[in-house]
Design a binder for this molecule. Structure first.
Ligand code: ADP
Ligand code: MG
Length: 598
């Protein structure tokens, strides 16, 4: 029998072709202008626009590494150099019989991909500046090798660049060739950016712990992106050497490497359009400023400084008109728990901790803890500050490996540590301080939670093949469901850093629900919420448990605990002080004196 029809409001997050067109419009406009550019017949500017296309091929790929994944890769010119010499040496026949420039370009892509991976590998271990230094070291080595390997590269004298023949002959033919590749790169990176892979990269950048809890495989994803970025840099190198017509090692300056990096920064991290405009701007600017010869470098630097200081979010932020519309001031989060049945469900399993011990140095944070959370219940975990509640959640979700004891979900023993595999066991969590991606929309934040349920590969996403499109459709539908369940669907398109603290807590819950978790771990979800919000949160949590997801709730608000929990465990100094129903706990003498107060 159909009781009530629950629908997701269609107006909340704009979908369909209108939204796609709005997103595509600036790219289409740029593309049309670029197509028509040769009509101007200016060959001087023709070279500059060709150069912009070549730079963009590299920057588009680097953008995935720097702008999306947040890795400080400043020495990417090394890959440009490699691609340039690979193409030149193969077409000039200095190392082996001559090949067609088109074939050489494919080889440059392969070499670029390989070395992109090699340069990128340190990023899996080294942090920020150390990785930056590694990329810089790499570019220096490549230049030195190019200088020394005279028989192939011509050393300081150089080697001729390839000339691309039919069908892209002549200067304008070459321009159209570069434009075609640049357009292809733009299309591919837009596709990646809008896929679960692009969102996962940004999650690694801005909320690494949450990414891990969502099951995102950081190393694997970064390696894929380094391969991709390296291949594009190799191709850019091949085109660059043709544009230069003759290359020597001093064509590949550190300034060029900085230009690539800065184009992304002033363009805005996590955007494709911004860095595209950034690359155009930085290529054209020295030419525009050329008449003021002595001033050009100064103007260039001043503009950079102005942009970085005035708009830290870059060009993309300037163009983000949607997020400048004021939000309603007095917003209320009104969850709609009736949506949960369409999102959750499935067999619950017992989560059981047996004799878990974890010490930090001399502190026994957990001291022989036994805990069972049964399917479909709300289990409260309370205790004074420092009693080991958060640590217990961290052991369950794999951030800490206990020194002894076991954690099981149903029949499966959960491997100690190994936070990333928890998502595949359908264990979801929220954090004591919300971990969300401020620069991404609320909807995208929620979609992160469903990352592991996608089927399409990176390449399928890049080429927007059917399996990827199905993934996205499912993710979108589930994310909208999750958002309406927690009562945030009207904010789906808003950038998350514009939300209030209390709303972020509900965003995190929505993200966790995307896993259709078997158990949901909540760490003080009521902190910072108003009394009315706490009441609604309580009703939501209760409904979540009734829809088939058991909940382990760490909370300080005693009222909330006693209202909604089926059972409660009280911790003290890492040990169970008492366990039982709320009524039993409320009248437990030791608990009352130690924790609840008289
Ligand atoms: P709760 O969440 O119940 O307030 P925690 O689980 O955060 O308590 O902490 C339990 C004990 O373990 C505290 O004494 C705390 O100082 C200690 N502790 C927690 N995490 C760490 C850590 N990473 N390193 C050292 N000590 C820690
Ligand atoms: Mg805590």
């Amino acid at each position: 029998m159909e009781v009530t029809q629950t629908t997701i409001p269609r107006t909340s997050a704009r979908s369909g072709w209108l939204a796609s067109l709005e997103k595509a419009a600036p790219f289409l406009a740029l593309g049309l202008a670029a197509l028509a550019f040769p009509l101007l017949g200016d060959s001087y500017w023709g070279v500059i626009v060709t150069r912009a296309c070549v730079y963009w091929v590299l920057v588009a790929g680097l953008n995935m590494v720097v702008g999306f994944a947040g890795q400080i890769a400043i020495g990417w010119v090394g890959l440009l150099t490699l691609g340039a010499y690979t193409t030149s040496a193969m077409t000039a026949g200095t190392a082996m019989p001559e090949v067609s420039p088109y074939l050489a370009l494919v080889a440059a892509a392969a070499i670029g991909a390989l070395f992109g991976l090699i340069v990128g590998l340190p990023a899996l271990r080294l942090r920020t500046f150390y990785f930056a230094m590694a990329t810089l070291g790499f570019s220096t080595i490549v230049t030195q090798v190019a200088l020394a390997w005279k028989s192939v590269t011509g050393g300081g004298i150089g080697v001729a660049g390839p000339v691309f023949g039919w069908p892209f002959t002549g200067n304008w033919g070459f321009y159209y060739f570069c434009l075609l590749i640049a357009a292809l790169c733009t299309w591919m990176t837009i596709n990646i950016a809008g896929s679960r892979f692009g969102r996962a990269l940004v999650a690694i950048r801005d909320a690494e712990v949450a990414a891990e809890a969502s099951g995102i495989a950081k190393s694997q994803l970064l390696m894929t992106v380094f391969l991709f970025s390296g291949a594009l840099a190799g191709v850019a190198g091949g085109l660059f050497s043709s544009l230069q017509s003759y290359i020597t090692p001093d064509a590949f300056t550190f300034d060029l490497s900085v230009l690539f990096f800065i184009a992304i920064l002033i363009g805005g991290r996590g955007s494709v359009l911004g860095p595209l405009l950034g690359a155009l701007l930085l290529t054209a600017l020295p030419e525009v400023a050329a008449p003021l010869v002595a001033w050009s470098t100064f103007l260039y630097a001043a503009l950079l400084l102005a942009i970085v200081l005035a708009v830290p979010g870059g060009i993309a932020d300037l163009l983000d008109f949607k997020n400048r519309r004021p939000l309603e001031r007095h917003r209320e989060v009104v969850p709609r728990p009736e949506m949960l049945t369409r999102l959750l469900g499935g067999e619950g399993s017992v989560l059981s901790l047996a004799n878990v011990v974890l010490s930090f140095g001399g502190v026994r944070a957990i001291d022989g803890l036994d805990l069972d959370v049964r399917p479909g219940e709300v289990h409260g975990l309370i205790g004074p500050n420092g009693s080991g509640k958060t640590t217990t959640l961290n052991v369950i979700s794999g951030y800490y490996a206990p020194q002894s004891g076991s954690v099981r979900l149903g029949d499966a023993v959960l491997p100690p540590g190994a936070a990333r595999v928890r998502a595949s066991h359908r264990i979801a969590r929220t954090f004591q301080t919300p971990r969300v991606i401020g620069g991404a929309s609320v909807l995208d934040n929620v979609k992160i939670g469903g990352t592991i349920d996608g089927h399409g590969s990176f390449v399928e996403a890049m080429l927007t093949l059917p399996r990827h499109r199905r993934d996205e459709a499912v993710l979108r539908e589930r994310a909208l469901l999750a958002l309406s369940a927690v009562g945030l669907e009207s904010l789906a398109d808003v950038r998350a850093d514009r939300l209030q603290h209390s709303e972020l807590r509900f965003v995190e819950i929505a993200r966790a629900l995307m896993l259709a978790p078997s158990i949901l771990l909540l760490d003080e979800p009521a902190a910072g919420l108003s009394a009315e919000e706490i009441r609604r949160l309580g009703a939501l949590i209760k409904s979540i448990s009734r829809a088939g997801t058991s909940v382990l709730l760490v909370e300080h608000h005693a009222d909330l605990i006693f209202d909604i929990c089926d059972r409660v465990t009280v911790l003290n100094l890492g040990k169970v002080l008492a366990a039982g129903t709320p009524d039993e706990i409320r009248s437990h003498r030791e608990v009352v004196s130690a924790y609840l107060g008289a």
